[in-house]
Design a protein around this ligand. Sequence first.
Ligand code: ADP
Ligand code: MG
Length: 320
Amino acid sequence: MEFALIERIRRRAGARGDVVLGIGDDAALLRVPEGKLLAVATDTLNIDVHFPGDTAPADIGWKSLAVNLSDLAAMGARPAWATLSLSLPHADEAWVDAFMDGFVALAAQHEVALVGGDTTRGPLSACVTVHGFVDHGSAMRRDGARTDDDIWVSGTLGDAAAALVQWRAGGGGDPALRTRLDRPEPRVALGLAIAGVAHAAIDVSDGLLADLGHICAASGVGAEIDLARLPASPLLRERFDEAARAALQSSGGDDYELCFTAARSHRDAIDAVASGCGVALTRIGRIAAGSGVRAFTADGRPWQSNRQGHVHFEPLATSK
Ligand code: ADP
Ligand code: MG
């Protein structure tokens, strides 16, 4: 597509010493540090599937990178480079500039350079691939959880899904909740800090029960979650009753918090990481023998969720 659009993107790509050749040639040339593994993750955001059609372009730019950095965070990798494949209904320079405002704001925070991509015509879609570095021994995989591990989660859960509920209801929702949906904060520093301690980790993109379920399946274990311990923001408590909160927090997607498991003997070390990173970390349950995730209410009764995870292919707009 238009060279002028690519040039607008290139001007804001950011620089790094390990980028030998960035945007402009047939391929980028990049230097991987000696002795590190390259961690690569990719995620696509499509309009009306992964974000509401009224999302500001700057927020789409931010989120398209954030959801990818979140995957690197969940591996304990340090981000370095990104590529961006944009599909646009028409060559709209103002839209691309605004998109890049959000993208580069987050890229600068994590010293990520944009090193290539593709620009095509089609329904609005942003596909980002990120590359980072991780030490051989300290990558946090999904298959490392062990029986009796504590299960931890960062930040708070449920706000992003709550924003979607408010958006679907049509009225003006709470801006603070909408910000959690549109501008997730990838927990990169946290991922790096727990990489030597955690046994297994995942980022919560599809909902806690679904994502923790992936750890359980990969590790050959089960999990027990205490619903009353799931961290909720004050606003979520104010706006949604206990039953609604339980559903939003256990099954709502798009939080991009980290869920990880670690030995009980590391509780103090993890509390220290929380204060070091300035991110709240909450123990929400334990890894148990067996399979699958079981959730319990405050009085110890098993709780049945009516929906496992966030279904991305349910079009966002149907109920609007
Ligand atoms: P090619 O035909 O070799 O694929 P393109 O015209 O698609 O070349 O892209 C030219 C250069 O611009 C390449 O280096 C490519 O990586 C880069 N590029 C294209 N679109 C984007 C984008 N959306 N973001 C970043 N770089 C891009
Ligand atoms: Mg191309």
